[in-house]
Ligand binder design. Structure first.
Ligand code: NAD
Ligand code: MG
Length: 388
């Protein structure tokens, strides 16, 4: 039996992971499940999967979780320390599907106990890529990409040498505002931004898709994951979202990964890796699809893509600053404190202000330094949004 834990179990990726695991209950022993405020879902899944422990991120949710699991024998816990304690419990495979920088610490702890880390939480790669890869190496663990683009690249690289890679192309749907006139973007609401043409995902990543901050994070994630020169990484708009990524080799060949818009594909690949097993995803009918289209990414419409290039060029803690400023700006947009276009303005300002002090960006990438950079970026973003 494979021992598995799922962090962010109540979210979109977490629920898709549980769907796969619940189809083969005899194959898995579930160690830990974590969630946030959705205690009813967390408790239901903990019972269904017979988890050892259920953890909510929030202390105020603990009484409800305890009540929901009373008499089941399932342990309950709450808070950040409880999350890392749960991540330290031996497991063979750990899904990292918390949203935001909060996913970093449990992921690192899971790697330290030797687990294979299925990484949906792209933010941790953006904030601390070298630390994650080094921790995996030091403890004989593996990091398996779950972001669909990175899973696609990972699959296209099987049996290949990284030196033979000429370029990596990740695709972007273009999000909710792909076809909006530019002059309307300033008025876009959080509700409009949170509808995605192709994928059913959490609210935050869906809005990040409309602003292309999601693709910006993914460019950086590609650079960190595959140790590829940023100049070799491209994004292309592909409205159908059926090709997830392409890898170009020195002989000019492009290997594309084509599959349905269903995250169970990438999750399942990581779950069964290095094997391939049957997955309950749609089989594509190419004739019915008819055609696939591509467009150049427009850096005026989506300044986040330009900012990602600057972050990759800066290196160091710039990724942590970028991600934290983005999270803060996204919160403000969701709360209607700033407009859609101001998100990029906030992030750019924070990067400019903090890069004026080289020490902010050039420190070693340790968990403490990442946390400090994250904190500084959030304070700087808030200050700019309040005082200009
Ligand atoms: P979601 O909002 O649906 O779920 C987030 C999960 O994290 C929930 O379980 C929530 O309770 C938990 N959580 C939120 N804040 C937390 C905190 N501060 N501490 C601890 N737990 C917290 O998000 P999602 O769409 O499932 O995305 C999860 C991660 O996967 C993100 O990093 C996202 O970028 C990435 N991802 C998602 C998709 C997708 O299709 N949804 C695709 C690729 C990558
Ligand atoms: Mg993706």
């Amino acid at each position: 039996m494979k021992r598995v834990s799922i962090f962010g179990a109540t979210g979109s990726i977490g629920q898709n992971t549980i769907d796969l695991i619940a189809r083969a209950p005899d194959d898995y022993h579930v160690v830990a499940l974590s969630g946030g405020r959705n205690v009813a879902q967390l408790a239901e899944d903990a019972i269904k999967l017979r988890a050892e422990v259920a953890v909510t991120a929030y202390a105020e949710c603990l009484p409800d979780l305890r009540a929901a699991l009373a008499g089941t024998g399932i342990e309950v816990a709450a808070g950040e320390a409880a999350l890392t304690e749960a991540a330290a419990r031996p497991a063979d495979w750990v899904m990292s599907a918390i949203v935001g920088a909060a996913g970093l610490a449990p992921g690192l702890v899971a790697l330290q106990q030797g687990a294979a880390l299925a990484l949906a939480n792209k933010e941790s790669m953006v904030c601390a890529g070298p630390l994650i890869m080094e921790t995996a190496r030091a403890h004989g663990g593996a990091v398996l990409p779950v972001d669909s683009e990175h899973s696609a690249v990972f699959q296209a690289l099987v049996g290949e040498r990284i030196e033979d890679v000429e370029r990596i192309i990740i695709t972007a749907s273009g999000g909710a505002f792909r076809d909006w006139p530019l002059e309307q973007l300033a008025q876009a609401t959080p509700e409009q931004a949170a509808t995605h043409p192709n994928w059913d995902m959490g609210q935050r990543i869906t809005i990040d898709s409309a602003s292309m901050f999601n693709k910006a994070l993914e460019l950086i994630e590609t650079h960190e994951f595959f140790q590829i020169d940023p100049a070799k990484i491209e994004a292309v708009v592909h409205p159908e979202s059926l090709i997830h990524a392409l890898v170009g080799f020195r002989d000019g060949a492009l290997m594309a990964h084509v599959g349905p818009n269903d995250m169970r594909h990438a999750i399942g690949y990581a779950l069964h890796y290095p094997e391939r097993r049957a997955l309950p995803v749609e089989r594509l009918d190419l004739v019915a699809i008819g055609q696939l289209t591509f467009r150049a990414p427009d850096e005026i419409r989506w300044p986040a893509l330009r900012l990602a290039r600057e972050v990759m060029a800066a290196g160091g803690l710039a990724g942590a600053v970028f991600n934290a400023a983005k999270e803060q700006a996204l919160d403000a947009f969701i709360d209607r404190r700033i407009g859609f276009l101001q998100m990029a303005e906030v992030v750019e300002t924070v990067l400019d202000r903090l890069s004026a002090h080289a020490g902010n960006m050039n420190a070693v990438i340790s968990l403490d330094n990442v946390r400090q950079a994250d904190h500084l970026a959030r304070v700087t973003a808030d200050d700019y949004m309040r005082n200009g």
